[in-house]
Design a protein around this ligand. Structure first.
Ligand code: DHE
Length: 513
């Protein structure tokens, strides 16, 4: 079972099997294709490829159970443009549509450079908006972006006062961290549907949008802020954009030398290497897309002076964690039994194998100093475990037992604690606070009994932190990082990730980048 399957299984529970039983086909059975063309295609696009509404293809909908899809079709989706069709369609028609959108289309959908260019909208060309913020705050670097997945909105918060500066609608189902430009003025969002949105924080305006693919995983922004790269599952491509107005520079088909193509699990920016690094799901290679000045002999020409460097990976690899030098990459291998490897990107060889049987979520890993050594800790998503490794020789220091499998782990250089949630299972309302020196759980909090508590992001100085009550009727909690007391809360619709401008743009050690 790979990472995605494991999480999808855990998130969707056992109802799938029941709900996916095919409807009996009779002369009277509703024709979902016809119903789709009549009622849905205006918003969701011809061929289910998406439009104002999201793409309705199995790969995009793996997280929407058919019974939940039926509810959305019948009752609409609050705070979005999705209307209720309950008065127009009977129960059989709703059920037929909900099932049909989870079936693969007859023809594999395509997304060409022309499609990308046709989707491109520039509302405010780069340089056309004022350089002074339209709001006042003490510290522009202590702002937070908060993604609310419940009704697909984003909030901008002042990290000093915990006041909301703005709330605006996002594309459907954002995934992965939003990425800032190095000066923290602009932020880019990626949606599972392939949309990239550029937002000017100073002017509180969306400036440009483009659709990079049909089913996208995440985006990365180059460390110099000049380029944006998108990683797609569908089509099998990496797509490079000019960060100013999101103009297409090039599409890179992801293909092995034998012609086999691959989905891209994720793309990351590697600042000291001046490159993007991509994790490929279906071919055992790691790809490094090098900036012009890093180009080396043997690299494949890509576009302009960009070059592609292929590295043979020890296995198919999902999900990466990088050490702070970006020389070593820890990858989760997808082979049976899981496991992890440490790959030296300079020597292009595996230097260690890590005992990680519990499906590690490497993107959630964090690092700190312990007795003069640098350590890395990662949670597992099918076991209640956090593994801690010594990064000088990659030996296992300890496994910390938790109250269930966790998803996100976060800290800050100035905090004595690292926080890990219990995302899955009966204890999902708990969150552990681990002492970074003793490697023992110091406290287990239950901020809102019965509701998932997950994903922490600290403020700039590490004095307070924000924690999500991950529920449609949820909230954002502001907590004192030392006393662990709740200071404040703000109601929100299923808040997921929080992203502090300073911590992200400075590559703070306790958070993701
Ligand atoms: Fe994520 C980040 C992969 C499911 C919420 N997730 C990431 C990243 C990867 C990843 C590779 C880092 C990229 C980045 O930030 O640019 N996620 C995967 C999966 O493979 C997995 C397990 C299965 C899938 O369906 O894609 C998965 N992720 C989820 C969820 O179910 C979550 C909890 C809810 C959701 O929104 O889909 C989820 N993932 C997140 C969030 C981040 C993330 C909030 C950014 C965290 C951060 O602090 O940077």
């Amino acid at each position: 079972m790979n990472l995605r399957t494991a999480v999808t299984t855990l998130l969707t529970g056992g109802l799938w099997g029941l709900a996916m039983v095919a409807l009996p086909v009779t002369a009277e059975s509703p024709d979902p294709h016809m119903l789709y063309n009549q009622h849905c295609s205006a918003c969701h696009g011809v061929g289910r490829l998406g439009g104002i509404g999201p793409a309705l293809l199995p790969e995009n909908l793996s997280r929407l159970k058919p019974d939940a899809a039926r509810d959305v079709i019948r009752d609409g989706r609050p705070a979005t443009q999705m209307p209720a069709f309950g008065a127009l369609l009977d129960d059989d028609e709703v059920a037929a549509l909900a099932e049909w959108i989870h079936e693969p289309p007859e023809e594999e959908p395509t997304w060409t450079d022309d499609d990308i260019r046709a989707s491109h909208v520039v509302d405010h060309p780069y340089g056309s908006l004022p350089d002074e913020p339209v709001f006042e705050v003490e510290d522009l670097k202590n702002l937070f972006i908060v993604v609310e997945t419940g009704d697909h909105h984003v909030s901008l918060l002042d990290g000093d006062t915990f006041e909301r500066i703005e709330r605006f609608p996002s594309r459907y189902a954002l995934h992965g961290g939003p990425k800032y430009t190095p000066d923290g003025r602009y932020v880019y969002f990626g949606s599972r549907d392939g949309w990239i949105t550029k937002y000017d924080i100073y002017n509180l305006e969306v400036t440009a949008e483009v659709r990079a693919g049909i089913n996208m995983r995440n985006i990365a922004v180059s460390a110099d802020g000049r380029y944006v790269m998108a990683a797609n599952y569908l089509p099998h491509t990496l797509v490079l954009f000019d960060a100013r107005n999101l103009e297409l520079i090039a599409t890179l088909p992801v293909e092995a030398e034998n012609g086999e193509t691959s989905r891209v699990s994720a793309v990351y920016t590697a600042p000291p290497r001046n490159s993007f690094v991509a994790a490929l799901k279906d071919i055992p290679e790691i790809w490094e897309i090098r900036w012009p000045e890093q180009r080396a002999e043997g690299d494949e020409p890509l576009v302009g002076d960009f070059a592609l460097h292929r590295m043979a990976a020890p296995d198919y690899m999902d999900d990466f964690f990088f050490d702070q030098s970006y020389r070593y990459l820890v990858g989760a291998s997808r082979g049976d039994g899981g496991g992890g490897v440490v790959f030296d990107m300079d020597a292009e060889e595996t230097i260690a194998e890590l005992p990680l049987e519990g499906m590690p979520h490497l993107g959630a890993g964090t690092t700190w100093e312990l007795d003069g050594r640098r350590v890395m800790a990662i949670p597992h998503i099918d076991k209640g475990l956090v593994s801690v490794f010594d990064m000088s020789d990659w030996s296992l220091i300890t496994h910390i037992e938790t109250d269930g499998p966790g998803f996100f782990m976060r800290s800050h250089e100035n905090s004595p604690y690292v926080w890990v949630d219990v995302f899955f299972g009966p204890n999902h309302d708990r969150i552990h606070v681990i002492d970074k020196q003793t490697l023992k759980i110091a406290e287990t909090l239950t901020p809102e009994p019965g509701k998932t508590a997950a994903h922490v992001e600290f403020d700039r100085d590490g004095e307070t932190l924000l924690l999500s009550i991950w529920d449609d009727d949820g909230a954002l909690l502001r907590i004192d990082a030392e006393t662990l007391e709740e200071l404040d809360r703000m109601p929100m619709k299923k808040p997921s990730g929080k992203y502090n401008v300073w911590n992200k743009t400075q590559y703070e050690e306790g958070t993701s980048h």
